[in-house]
Design a protein around this ligand. Structure first.
Ligand SMILES: [Mg+2]
Ligand SMILES: [Zn+2]
Length: 219
C-alpha cells in the first residue's frame, strides 16, 4: 500500500486568511490592488506580480511587517493537533507556500522545522523589498509560479507515495492535479468538484485528521 506524503499550502490554509494581501492592505500604496487583479485575471504571473507588489514596500518596514502579522494572522483551528498527528503517525509533511520566508518562518516556528517549509525568500539590502525564488518552476512548468508546487512534488515524492495536497486557492490547482487526493476548501474545493478530482472538503484541521484516520481504516 502506498504511503501518504502531504503537501500543505500556508496562506488561507494553515492561516485563516492571505498574509500577502494583509501586508499590502496595511502597508502598500493603493496601486497594489491593480497588480493583484492582474494576477487573478491571469494578465500577470504570480512571480512577476508578487515581485512588483513587494517592490512597493521600503525594506525598512521588515520588522514592522513581521510584528503586524504575528499580532494579526490567525492559525486555523486544529493545526497544532494535526502537526502532532503527522509526527505520531510518521507521515511526511511539507509546507509549500507562495509566501515569503521572513513572515512564514516566524508564524510557523512553534510547529514546523525549517527543513519542511518551502517558500520564497526576500532581501532587504536595497531601498525596497526584493523577492528571491529558490523554488521556481522546473522544465515541466511554464506558469512562472514563483514557488512552484508541482515542481516540488516532482522533486520530493516518488511512485511509492500517495500524494495528498491540502489547499484553498488557484495557486494550489496545478499541484492538486498531480495529487492522488486533495483536501480542499474555498476556490480549490469548487475546482475539485468541477474537474472531478478525488477530494475531501475541510474547514478545520480536525477534519483533516479525520480524513487520515478513515484512510488508515481503509488501508
Ligand atoms: Mg492559499
Ligand atoms: Zn510552476
Amino acid at each position: 500500500m502506498k504511503k501518504p506524503m502531504i503537501f500543505c499550502d500556508f496562506d488561507g490554509t494553515i492561516t485563516n486568511s492571505d498574509n500577502i494581501i494583509a501586508i499590502m492592505k496595511r502597508f502598500a500604496p493603493p496601486e497594489w490592488e491593480r497588480v493583484k487583479d492582474d494576477i487573478l485575471d491571469g494578465r500577470l504571473s504570480v512571480q512577476k506580480g508578487v515581485s512588483y507588489m513587494f517592490s512597493l514596500l521600503p525594506s525598512s518596514l521588515k520588522k514592522e511587517i513581521v510584528a503586524f502579522l504575528l499580532e494579526n494572522a490567525t492559525i486555523r483551528e486544529g493545526f497544532a493537533d494535526f502537526v502532532a498527528y503527522v509526527k505520531k503517525t510518521d507521515i511526511p509533511f511539507y509546507v509549500v507556500s507562495g509566501g515569503i520566508d521572513f513572515f512564514v518562518h516566524p508564524l510557523l516556528e512553534k510547529w514546523i522545522e525549517k527543513e519542511h517549509i518551502f517558500c520564497n525568500s526576500a532581501r532587504f539590502d536595497r531601498e525596497t523589498i526584493e523577492i528571491i525564488w529558490p523554488y521556481s518552476c522546473d522544465e515541466h512548468c511554464r506558469n512562472q509560479c514563483g514557488c512552484c508546487k508541482p515542481s516540488l512534488i516532482r522533486k520530493l515524492a516518488n511512485e511509492e507515495h500517495s500524494i495528498i495536497v491540502i489547499g484553498d486557492s488557484i495557486t494550489d490547482l496545478q499541484a492538486a492535479k498531480l495529487a492522488d487526493h486533495v483536501i480542499a476548501r474555498d476556490f480549490l474545493l469548487q475546482k475539485c468538484r468541477e474537474l472531478n478530482l478525488s477530494h475531501t472538503p475541510f474547514t478545520t484541521f480536525f477534519d483533516v485528521i479525520d480524513f487520515f484516520e478513515e484512510m488508515k481504516v481503509k488501508r
